[in-house]
Design a protein around this ligand. Sequence first.
Ligand code: SF4
Length: 99
Amino acid sequence: MSVTVILPEVSTCEATACTYNANHRCHAPAITIGDAVLPMCDTFMPDSLHVAPKPVAGVGACKVLSCVHNRDRACHAASIDVAMKGAQPDCTTYQKRSK
Ligand code: SF4
């Protein structure tokens, strides 16, 4: 069985230590953003072994309900970028929702 869904693309990712990163692009099938509070990449997995480049990842789920792009725990941005914030990769497309 295969499933086709349209997800926001992960355009770039600076987490080059991640097993899913090749040439600043993410090649996980899909990623999850957030720990319910912070917009970090929850799929980040540091490893010296890197996956073979495949189609770029989509955002499968987002747990950060405070983001303007989050509807029903899914990301509705056109695409996202991920950059390092200290030792943690963060979604830089995150925008805090005004109340
Ligand atoms: S940190 Fe997240 S977005 Fe970046 S390559 Fe790893 S899984 Fe993909």
